[in-house]
Design a binder for this molecule. Sequence first.
Ligand SMILES: [Zn+2]
Length: 344
Amino acid sequence: MAEMERACLVRDAAYDGLFFFGVRTTGVFCRPTCPARKPLPENVEYFPTARAALVSGYRPCKRCRPLEKDDQPPWASELIAEVEGDPSSKISDADLRKRGLDPATARRHFLRQYGMTFQAFTRARRLSGVFNQIRQGSAIDDAVFESGYESHSGFRDAFSKVFGEPPGRSRNGDCVYISWFRSPLGPLVAGANAQGICLLEFSDRRMLEAQFATVRQRFCSPVVPGSNAHLEKLKVELENYFAGALRKFSVPLLYPGTDFQRRVWEQLLEIPYGETRSYQELAGAVGDPKAVRAVGRANGLNRIAIVIPCHRVINKGGELGGYGGGLRRKQFLLDLERGQGSML
Ligand SMILES: [Zn+2]
């Protein structure tokens, strides 16, 4: 991370193509060598590939043109320029043929350069605008409406082509619905299947694609934007929690993991609202007082932030310790629970 920050700062050409960075405040992604003014480090997110940046909802910077390659044939550059000019345009195989381009050649070229077919590339570009709005906290309905998708079902279809099978077509018939909630700490992304809540994280914590891939693998079911009764309930409980009016969540939770991880997460659920425990105390409660580091790791792997209160674990000396969502958020949650809500 520090190395990537340094590479960006000095515009180190040796790193060009090795990683890309996205700027959360603008929704644009760049090469490390971009000549534009450098963003604040806390607003930056790094990606190993342009594809990862694209499917996380970033659009390519107009100055450093992160999608262009030196060895790109002119027809590919023209196609990309066209998609950039109007991301909502749909260029079919027939359209390609009309221009004298072989769709199979386009497919191979885009697969090699970007790890996805040309059609997947244009879909990801169309979706990126929607993801960016969602990242900023818009409701799915608003985002879909503003992006020009005529209907929810069109969006679901495009989304599932990127993220998995649409609901109803999966083997077990269940899927994980994903909703975004506003909170005083920024947008939260939550996931639930028919059994309960399986994901709650700050939506800038990790790239969306990785979050959904983990959930998809864990539950062997597709991830689709939407809601269900558990998510509706969680939304209300979170609002009450942030208003200081709710001390214990009652939504059903799903947290598959190793035996050890599950023991740690269950002990976290035992820490009362407004109190904290040290990592040492938690290790003792789990029945393995020496496993302080392992307890810390399991704590950090908690997928249901706030509800499974990993923020209530602090260092022995009373310092905050770490927090996946950032220490300002940890402090905010602890202050809130002590009845001394702080401003960010
Ligand atoms: Zn740039």
